[in-house]
Design a protein around this ligand. Sequence first.
Ligand SMILES: CC(C)(COP(=O)(O)OP(=O)(O)OC[C@H]1O[C@@H](n2cnc3c(N)ncnc32)[C@H](O)[C@@H]1OP(=O)(O)O)[C@@H](O)C(=O)NCCC(=O)NCCS
Length: 198
Amino acid sequence: MSPAPPRYQLRETGPPPSVDTVPALILPTARLSDSYTAGVQEFIAEGRGGPDDRSLLGDLLRDAGHPDGTDAWIHRVLDFERRLTTDPPARFVPSTTYWWTDGDTYLGRINLRHRLNEALSEVGGHIGYDVRPTARRRGHATAMLAAVLPNAAALGIDQALITCDTENTASRKVIEANGGVLEDEREGTLRYRVPTAP
Ligand SMILES: CC(C)(COP(=O)(O)OP(=O)(O)OC[C@H]1O[C@@H](n2cnc3c(N)ncnc32)[C@H](O)[C@@H]1OP(=O)(O)O)[C@@H](O)C(=O)NCCC(=O)NCCS
């Protein structure tokens, strides 16, 4: 029998993937604290987490603070992620954050909103994601989005709305590789519909 095709394409840049594990979505856990913290520090090094960072990572770092080498920090992160699902702040809808991991290595995160509100219907959509800088351009975002689509389907979302800036070539390719169909462009934002079932 011929071997199963690889789940994602190995790229020429970045460290090679582990040979004995397959990347997977997991719920945030203190078990991966060291690797997650290193990933967050990479985002901070590329300028994320400042007062002008309106992304979910920016919100998380404002709520939990920047990594300070203590166990308390990762528990504040987990508490933030838990509250997003069970007790979201006023302007948020309930959402679930998954981490994309390879064994004990944190690679990225993807946030699945359970429904849209008025603001998300314009910009933001059902799903947001990022991949840590040292793991980029290896197909992880494409694979991570594919992996979360069945979870969106399970929430009753047939056509996920996913948006990105017009200049975000990488994110456009991630969305289009997952079957995204451009709905329209609104003030520098591309709005795609992605079917959640094949
Ligand atoms: C966007 C992001 C998630 C892509 O992650 P990734 O794991 O590198 O993406 P993939 O490896 O799956 O690459 C998807 C495609 O984009 C291309 N790509 C990746 N980075 C790119 C870049 N900086 N410029 C141009 N193309 C790029 C890849 O070559 C690939 O193209 P191909 O399918 O034609 O070969 C990552 O760059 C990131 O976290 N950026 C910051 C946060 C962000 O922009 N999130 C999305 C908000 S909508």
